[in-house]
Design a protein around this ligand. Structure first.
Ligand code: NAD
Length: 432
């Protein structure tokens, strides 16, 4: 099949590579010439485990192409996938639809023959109707259907998740569109269930899922706070809870709060949509508020570990919002570091993959190290903020030698508390 993908970011690029690997002819379209020029020159523009090899393979085999031209990408496509950003509106925090509306309007005139326009971006309920209306207005003769095809990939595991999705949700009201999408997902037959639902249900499923996961994270974080006060161990508690099949073991890891480009914005967008529809989503609102405070609480813990030291030096391990990605959007690490700086701390940080993306957000407000030990030189506190496996290999004796004071605040519970204590560190983890 011929597929055009509009938006070559964290969703569009892995999707394009994955669909090309399945044998489709894929044209990735982006309005940013620097991105497209880099990709055309064989340079991958973001980090995702396993993506680079597949990217080169499919480019070399002639199935994966890149363009800034909407005409080139959309003309003759059987399916056009919209994967542009839907960031929070700066004031209302609802999902900002300007990129979606622009993409719909721009693609309309180039549709040829019957085309399915699939909205993969996370969009408010009713967006399918808007996209349909915009295309029909611009090109009244176009033969097309608009469907909702939400993306559930986890950043850091995008390639794995492309090939092993828990489910594929398709919001398509037209039988013809359903047939085409069924063909697209034929390679997954027997392995993954493809759930066909009404377009508005599909749009809701994405927000309902993300908001639920965000609340689950916030719940276990609050439970971790409770364990710290009572002497219980959050891991034992989470294990005991997770064995209940109604709860399940996943997303019960305590940490510095949820972040990334999805949960914060999607919870806020869900809350906004609910308010617009006269529904008060108290649980989601509480999670948003609690999660916001959590990052401040984490920064306070780190500063408290350096109590009495004027201008404490903090060695930070981890800037990405999670492991496996260089994405720092809404990263708890970035927010915690900003809070530390605002309180007069001096921060030196190291991240295995996210130094460049972090530098775009933090600029020269902090120092950047080329490895873990350089980040810890003369530090009064070591703060672990992202759960990279590399940090588990930290040699605590070596760390103790380079640091000024032996304090660890481990917001990801990566370092063994007993080992830390054996090496002379004052250690504070989460929930135990
Ligand atoms: P992104 O910002 O990484 O990428 C979006 C890309 O779209 C950018 O490269 C931008 O230049 C391009 N673009 C914007 N308007 C365009 C236009 N008119 N024509 C061509 N290109 C255009 O965003 P992302 O993280 O890939 O997210 C995309 C959507 O997918 C969002 O709605 C997001 O909520 C959703 N989503 C993201 C994830 C994730 O893990 N990142 C997971 C599931 C769903």
């Amino acid at each position: 099949m011929k597929i055009g993908i509009i938006g070559t970011g964290y969703v569009g690029l892995p999707t394009g590579v994955g669909l090309a690997e399945l044998g489709n002819e894929v044209m990735c379209i982006d309005r940013e010439p620097t991105k497209i020029n880099a990709l055309k020159a064989g340079k991958i523009t973001l980090y995702e485990a396993g993506l680079e090899d597949l990217f080169h393979k499919n480019v070399n085999e002639g199935r994966l192409h890149f363009t800034t031209s909407m005409k080139e990408g959309v003309e003759n496509a059987d399916i056009v996938i919209i994967a542009v950003g839907t960031p929070p509106h700066p004031v209302t925090k609802e999902a900002d639809m300007k990129y979606i509306h622009a993409a719909a309007t721009e693609l309309a005139e180039y549709l040829t023959g019957y085309t399915v326009v699939a909205v993969k971006s996370t969009v408010p309920v009713g967006t399918g109707d808007d996209v349909e209306a915009l295309i029909a207005k611009k090109n009244p003769h176009a033969d097309f259907d608009v469907i909702s095809l939400p993306e559930f990939l986890r950043e850091g595991f995008a390639v794995h998740d492309f090939y092993h999705p828990d489910r594929v949700v398709v919001g398509a009201d037209s039988p013809k569109a359903r047939q085409l999408i069924q063909k697209l997902y034929q390679p997954f037959e027997g392995q993954t269930s493809v759930l066909f639902v009404k377009r508005r249900s599909s749009e809701t499923i994405k927000y309902a899922s993300n908001a639920f996961l965000a609340m689950k994270i916030h719940y276990i974080n609050e439970m971790a706070d409770f364990c710290e006060k009572t002497g219980a161990d959050i891991y034992e508690v989470a294990k005991g809870m997770g064995l209940d099949s109604r709860i399940g073991p996943k997303f019960l890891n305590p940490g510095p709060g949820y972040g990334g480009s999805c949960f914060p914005k999607d919870t806020m967008a869900m809350s906004y949509m609910a308010r617009q529809n006269g529904v008060n989503m108290t649980l989601i609102n509480a999670a948003i508020e609690g999660n916001r405070n959590r990052k401040k609480q984490m920064a306070k813990r780190i500063l408290d570990a350096a109590k009495g030291i004027e201008k404490p030096r903090i060695g930070v391990l981890g800037l990405a919002f999670k492991n496996g990605t260089d994405d720092c959007r809404e990263s708890p690490a970035i927010e915690i570091v900003s809070e530390l700086i605002n309180h007069g701390a001096l921060v030196t940080a190291y991240d295995p993959k996210a130094m460049n993306t972090a530098q775009k957000l933090l600029g020269d407000k902090i120092s950047y190290a080329s490895d873990m030990y350089q980040a810890l030189e003369k530090a009064d506190v070591l703060a672990v903020l992202t759960e990279w496996d590399e940090f588990r290999t930290l040699d605590l004796t070596k760390a103790a030698q380079v640091m000024n004071h032996k304090n660890i605040v481990d917001c990801r519970n990566l370092i063994c508390p007993d080992e830390a204590k054996k090496s002379g560190f004052a250690y504070e983890g989460i929930g135990r």
